[in-house]
Design a protein around this ligand. Structure first.
Ligand SMILES: Cc1cc2nc3c(=O)[nH]c(=O)nc-3n(C[C@H](O)[C@H](O)[C@H](O)COP(=O)(O)OP(=O)(O)OC[C@H]3O[C@@H](n4cnc5c(N)ncnc54)[C@H](O)[C@@H]3O)c2cc1C
Length: 395
């Protein structure tokens, strides 16, 4: 058997790459440090399939891959019976500046072929009666998806198409050396066992940890390697399922941190509000989720919950004045892996786009896979899979 491709990272992006390779008859192993798949960013997002409006430019990966990725997920979900609700989404403005920005989004949407519809406040209320605003925009193509169901269907599709491809959980690559015939020899620790694996290619799709994993395995001197800036976003659940009828978004934050504290409904009908924007201490971005001394730190906790709730109530009431704070309870948080920080001087900003690059021979890094990474995941799988196919063909 040919040496397999090793995909590091058991989130939706890793599984999408793994599946694409399996369907292309390229043996692959998916290896993840966590005890189960799809637990980190993949289980901590809004589960919205976006239209592709939020990227640094119309030709950016974020915009192109989001649009194509959404269509790929819709087709796949239809074929495999994954739950997906084509709800549409409403973006609302509550002041003059907001209305100006809404108009910019309308023009951008037109240019991208998304066809947003301008709505008066009473028309907005006809879609979701509790929403109050000056005006709104309807994006009819937005949907919400069962993320776990999607991941499981991708995994099943991969396994049934390629019996030689395997998933290894609780597994960590501790060292690597380049194989002179091409590819890598990896030492892997899994529980108490340590063993060697050979790979024709390695894909680093380790989410938040991708830069620190790369720097540690290639011994990049501290401070010189790639890095993520972490931007936390908290979520609250709401006890009344009828408060909104479809995803409702305010305007995105101006610092590029997030899309504003929006309300979404899961495919099960539960209402969730969030995420807010909380930039984490910069040191975290250098060392990833593990401190330099190797100890783990709990990044998924919440500090000052009462203050956060107060800010949520204030933001949400701008478009849902009947919100009852007593029905709002803390749920969880996610962390966005950003490639830039608002305090950064413009000349140091590497990029705001998804980064996919063969940074070492037969080693592909994926950095900055924040939103709309879920929507783009199947397209990213295809892009990375095609890069590997091309390289393996050409040697
Ligand atoms: C608050 C928030 C809201 C979002 N909302 C949306 C949305 O509505 N729509 C949308 O399209 N996108 C959204 N996103 C983005 C989306 O969730 C992510 O882009 C996507 O889940 C990224 O998947 P991933 O596989 O890259 O990362 P992850 O799901 O984090 O997977 C990374 C994997 O790597 C593993 N790993 C870590 N270190 C190692 C190692 N050393 N070796 C091997 N494996 C390792 C982890 O255990 C994990 O399995 C949101 C993100 C956030 C944070």
């Amino acid at each position: 058997m040919d040496k397999p491709v090793i995909v590091l990272g058991g989130g939706i992006v890793g599984i999408s790459i793994f599946r694409y390779l399996a369907l292309a008859s390229i043996p692959a192993h998916l290896l993840t440090v966590s005890p189960t798949l799809y637990t980190t960013l993949t289980s901590r997002n809004s589960a919205v399939l976006h239209t592709g409006m939020h990227g640094p430019s119309q030709t950016s990966n974020k915009v192109k891959w989001c649009k194509e990725g959404r269509e790929m997920i819709e087709d796949f979900a239809r074929a495999k019976g994954v739950r997906l609700e084509k709800t549409g989404k409403i973006m609302v403005a509550n002041d003059e500046d907001g209305e100006r920005r809404l108009e910019e989004f309308r023009s951008l949407g037109e240019a991208l072929g998304v066809s947003p519809l301008s709505l008066t406040s009473s028309k907005v209320a006809s879609f979701s009666p509790n929403v109050s605003c000056l005006s709104g925009l309807l994006f009819p193509t937005t949907s919400v998806v069962d993320v776990q169901g999607l991941c499981q269907a991708l995994e099943l599709d991969a396994r049934s198409n390629s019996p030689d491809s395997h998933v290894l959980t609780n597994a960590k690559v501790t060292s690597l050396s380049q194989d002179p015939t091409g590819g890598y020899d990896l030492t892997v620790r899994q529980g108490d066992a340590t063993y060697d694996l050979s790979a024709s290619f390695v894909v680093n799709s380790a989410g938040l940890d991708a830069p620190s994993l790369y720097s540690s395995l290639f011994q990049v001197p501290s401070g010189e390697g790639p890095r993520h800036f972490f931007c936390k976003g908290h979520y609250y659940g709401y006890q009344d399922r009828n408060i909104i009828d479809l995803p409702v978004y305010p305007l995105p934050t101006k610092d590029g941190g997030g899309l504003g504290i929006h309300g979404t409904k899961t495919v099960d009908g539960d209402v969730v509000f969030g995420p807010n924007v909380e930039w984490m201490d910069e040191d975290v971005g250098i060392h990833g989720l593990t401190r330099p001394d190797g100890t783990e730190r709990d990044y998924w906790g919440v500090d000052n919950e009462a203050d956060i709730k107060e800010a949520f109530v204030e933001s949400i009431k701008l478009y849902l004045p009947t919100l009852n704070p007593d029905k709002l309870s803390y749920s969880h948080c996610g962390i966005r892996p950003k490639l830039s920080h608002p305090n950064m001087k413009e000349e140091y900003v590497r990029q705001h786009d998804f980064y996919v690059g063969e940074d070492k021979d037969r080693w592909i890094n994926l950095f900055g896979i924040e939103s709309p990474g879920l929507t783009s995941s199947m397209k990213i799988g295809q892009v990375v899979g095609d890069m590997i196919k091309e390289r393996l063909r050409n040697g």
